[in-house]
Ligand binder design. Structure first.
Ligand SMILES: N[C@@H](CCC(=O)N[C@@H](CS)C(=O)NCC(=O)O)C(=O)O
Length: 219
């Protein structure tokens, strides 16, 4: 048993991000799967309802970005941030790219997620916009990966941990999803064109680093 416990929804991209950080830094951790519609345990541990939550001894941290920062500042292993101001700004820019352009309400995942928030209400115009934005975002990643294996060089850092789980939504396989999973809707609506070969290979490289591989929503 580890002194770290991670509360998560396996299929959530926000929950995947710190799992990648745990995997890259090779930190042992226990995983607790939280039911989507029962947040009592999370509330009791962290005084708020959202996942992910990390408990480390008496310390409790919530929010994916905060957890990655905590892990990097307090555990040895590969460095996930940077030792220069410019380096940190570059990571933060990619974090905004992932969380806003891919993950936000006006981002790729949000534009599709909105359609199932109050029961399925498919809106083709939103799906079209989401796929156009997905291509725009993938083009930037593809260009970045032309000269390096990861977003900011030759090793993965917090930028990759944040962006890859969102980009993976363009690679979901509907047939691999349980019938009742909301991810089936995302899979049916979003499709990253196969020409983005470097981006697809990078998402798969990042997914292979997940500290709880069974949790990963496979491309
Ligand atoms: N900014 C937070 C967002 C956390 C968040 O929205 N978590 C979602 C899962 S991806 C959640 O718990 N949603 C439950 C709900 O909305 O009831 C982070 O990055 O961790």
């Amino acid at each position: 048993m580890s002194d770290l416990t991670y509360y998560h929804l396996p299929a959530s991209p926000n929950c995947a991000k710190p799992r990648l950080a745990l995997g890259i830094k090779r930190i042992a951790c226990d995983f607790v799967e939280v039911p989507f519609d029962d947040r009592r345990q999370v509330l009791a541990v962290s005084k708020q309802p959202l996942v992910p939550v990390l408990k480390h001894g008496d310390a409790v941290i919530f929010d994916s970005g905060a957890i990655i920062r905590y892990l990097d500042a307090n555990f040895p292993g590969a460095h996930l941030f940077a030792d220069t101001r410019e380096g940190i700004y570059a990571i933060e820019r990619w974090e905004r790219f992932g969380n806003e352009r891919l993950g936000g309400m006006e981002g790729v995942v949000g534009l599709v997620g909105r359609q199932i928030m109050n029961g399925p209400n498919p809106q083709p115009a939103l799906t079209k916009k989401a796929n156009e934005l997905l291509v725009t975002c993938a083009s930037e990643v593809e260009e970045t990966l032309a000269t390096q294996d990861y977003l900011l060089g030759d090793a993965p850092n917090a930028a990759d941990c944040t962006v890859a789980p969102w980009m993976a939504f363009g690679l979901l396989d509907a047939d691999a999803m349980p019938a009742e999973s909301p991810l089936r809707f995302f899979a049916s609506q979003l499709s990253l064109p196969v020409r983005f070969t470097r981006t697809i290979a990078w998402v798969e490289r990042m997914q292979a680093l997940d500290a709880a591989p069974a949790a990963q929503v496979r491309a």
